[in-house]
Design a protein around this ligand. Structure first.
Ligand SMILES: O=C1O[C@H](COP(=O)(O)O)[C@@H](O)[C@H](O)[C@H]1O
Length: 272
């Protein structure tokens, strides 16, 4: 049974006591958004991340979703990518392709991966250029409040340091306001060279889901969603705050363990 907590400013929390059930919850959520988007706009523009998220999305490759989801309408981007070859073990594209996309009937030309022959700086510009073409054609919608792309769904993971996409704590990439896609060459976690959607793009999406599992991320989750002490560090996860969109956190009980009120919660009842 899911435990639903609605936090006033920080979105919905969907908590499950094991990752299998969390995967089912996530697959259902994605399938519903895909159906609604295809009905409304004729397409579903989604951005993936790397990391543990991809394994958790595995249920989408199974029944009923394999047959019920309109895969041909999916246009897929990456919220961040490591600047390595597409066959490199660190590539987020490879992770998603091997673990997910090769098992779904998506259209290969709808997969928008980075040009892996370019430098980090050029790969970021090239990726933004590619995205601009799809925004121009309205395959990816445009935000009403900025000129940013408005993805139907951006899926993020969050590291134990609170990073989302490749936006790391205290990094100047967090301040980028003009570019849609930026690059870093000094990632605190390997590999050092990455490109990433900027906060304005993430926060322009119609829906943003952040998947957080494991006790090692409990403190980061607390800092990202709870009402914390004023001198607490403002981690990137806390800066995810869609302007006109909906934010949902998919969390297991281990990651939720430090949330205020959670210790006393009944898994079948909402907690305050
Ligand atoms: O480096 C990255 O880490 C985050 C979080 O990964 P996780 O395995 O801790 O869930 C991931 O979302 C991002 O795409 C990736 O490049």
């Amino acid at each position: 049974m899911a435990l639903l907590k609605h936090t006033k400013d920080r979105g919905d929390l969907r908590i499950r006591d094991n990752v299998d059930d969390l995967g089912i919850e996530l697959a259902e959520y994605i399938a519903e958004l895909s159906e609604a988007s295809v009905k409304e706009r004729g397409v579903f523009a989604i951005a993936l991340s790397g990391g543990s998220l991809i394994t958790l999305m595995g249920k989408l490759c199974e029944a009923p979703y394999k047959k019920t989801v309109d895969w041909a309408k999916w246009y897929i981007y990456w919220a961040d990518e490591r600047v390595v070859g597409k066959n490199h073990v660190d590539s987020n594209y490879k992770l998603a392709k091997d673990g997910l996309l090769s098992k779904m009937p998506v259209i290969p030309s709808h997969l928008h991966s980075i040009n892996d022959s370019l430098s980090a700086e050029d790969a970021a510009s090239d990726y933004e250029f590619d995205l601009r073409q799809l925004v121009k054609a309205r395959t990816v919608a445009v935000s009403e409040v900025s000129d940013c792309p408005k993805f139907d769904l951006i899926l993020l993971g969050m590291g134990s340091d609170g990073h989302v996409a490749s936006l790391f704590p205290n990094h100047m990439a967090l301040d980028e306001k003009d570019e849609w896609v930026t690059f870093i060459t000094d990632s605190p976690e390997p590999p050092p060279e990455r490109i990433t959607f900027t906060l304005p793009v993430i926060n322009s999406a119609s829906n943003v889901a952040v998947v957080v599992t494991g006790a090692g991320k409990a403190e980061a989750l607390r800092l990202a969603v709870d009402d914390v002490e004023p001198d607490s560090p403002v981690i990137p996860g806390r800066m995810v705050d869609p302007t006109n969109g909906k934010l949902v956190w998919f969390v297991d009980t281990a990651a939720a363990s430090k949330l205020e009120g959670f210790q006393f919660a009944d898994l079948d009842q909402p907690f305050a």
